[in-house]
Design a protein around this ligand. Structure first.
Ligand SMILES: Cc1ncc(COP(=O)(O)O)c(C=O)c1O
Length: 370
């Protein structure tokens, strides 16, 4: 079976360094907000050229605390995509605000600025932009829109570590950038982890308090916070992995290049947003015959995953918003047609060739140029 993602090769390559880092954290005995977390916060912020980095427990909390840092509360609306992982809108709802869903561009799978503009009302406070599959959303247009309507921008960069938009790292263009270090991400830990980036000192300070029971000084609580701190062992592992991120992303882009050449005659292959350095967290193709193709791949030993089979506006979770079917046509079409193929930095040429052969066999087409 060619897996969708395989972490064993990565462990084989850097396992020893990872083990040393984990042991260092273990022997250091400063397990909460210790030196590894502080160093990784600085290193990840510097990598992204952000002024501040605040380590949190996971990407969902990063988004939730970013929403809270902007004082978004019940009565407020936040525009976000529906074609994304649940946490994007879940973070808004957890803060008591209302997610208002906008449609995507069918080529980039990221927010369509025209649809965002139509979703804005007098209650809108912010936009959550998602850099889906490792592709950058059209930040110039979205930032211009946000400025025109005086809205804050939160970037959901969970799938996009290392991605840039016109030369700037995602997560540093809006007011707050939210990262997930879930193990499958381009920069993945050895468990859960997350980070909020910001260039705005007051917002960074607020997130820092929110992640630690609303306090800047032990046992002095200024606001209602929570316990959402990046773990010391995760930070130690992530410091090792951060040094590999650019290389891994370059490998992902090479895999994507091969797939483009091999598959573009039979399926729609992904396209980067103009000005984006796409880091291919997923390599997601589309075809009207998605279900049959997925079954055929499975039968022939190729794993695939649908990201995502049900848009958020059609999830029972958001049924109370009463958004009728057909309201977000591009999102609803994408959910029927997309399919993510195996993608990880160590995927070999032989493996991509096999995937291509199986896909071509399904369509009854001769194998494309190699
Ligand atoms: C787009 C998006 N947002 C948010 C998250 C949430 O991150 P986490 O799983 O670390 O909570 C994820 C990943 O799981 C994601 O893909």
């Amino acid at each position: 079976m060619i897996p969708i993602l395989e972490l064993a090769s990565q462990y084989k390559n850097i396992g020893q360094e990872l083990e040393e880092a984990v042991l260092r954290a273990l022997r250091g005995t400063q397990y909460i907000l210790g030196p590894e977390v502080h160093a990784f916060e600085s290193e990840f912020a510097a990598y992204n050229q952000a002024a501040y980095g605040i380590g949190v427990a996971n990407g969902t909390d990063a988004l939730h605390l970013a929403v809270r840092a902007l004082d978004i509360a019940p009565g407020d609306e936040v525009v976000c995509p529906s074609f994304t992982f649940v946490a994007t809108a879940g973070a808004v709802a957890l803060a008591g605000a209302r997610p208002v869903f906008a449609d995507i561009d069918p080529v980039t799978y990221c927010l369509d600025p025209a649809s965002v503009e139509r979703a804005i009302t007098s209650r809108t406070r912010a936009i959550v932009v998602v850099h889906l599959y490792g592709n950058a959303a059209p930040m110039d247009e979205l930032m211009a829109l946000a400025t025109r309507h005086k809205l804050a921008v939160i970037e959901d960069c969970a799938q996009a570590a290392g991605c840039t938009s016109n030369g700037r790292k995602v997560g540093t263009i809006g007011d707050l950038g939210c990262y997930s270090f879930f193990p499958s991400k381009n920069l993945g830990g050895i468990g859960d982890g997350g980070m909020v980036l910001s260039n705005r000192p007051e917002l960074a300070e607020k997130v820092r308090k929110l992640r630690d029971h609303g306090s800047a000084k032990k046992y002095h609580h200024e606001i209602l916070g929570t316990n959402s701190r990046l773990d010391e062992i995760q930070a130690a592992a992530l410091r090792v992995k951060l040094k590999c991120l650019d290389h891994w992303n370059a490998c992902r882009r090479q895999v994507a290049e091969r797939y483009h050449r091999l598959l573009s005659d039979v399926v729609e292959v992904p396209q980067a947003t103009p000005g984006a350095y796409h880091v291919y967290h997923q390599y997601t193709v589309r075809t009207a015959r998605r279900e049959e193709l997925q079954a055929h791949l499975m039968e022939h030993g190729v794993a695939s995953v649908v990201h995502y089979p049900v848009c958020l506006h059609q999830q029972p979770l958001f049924a109370s918003l009463q958004i009728p079917a057909g309201s977000l046509p591009e999102s609803e079409k994408a959910q029927r047609e997309v399919l993510s193929l195996p993608m990880f930095p160590e995927l070999t040429e032989d493996q991509t060739t096999t995937v291509s052969k199986v896909v071509h066999q399904f369509f009854g087409a001769p194998v494309g140029a190699v």
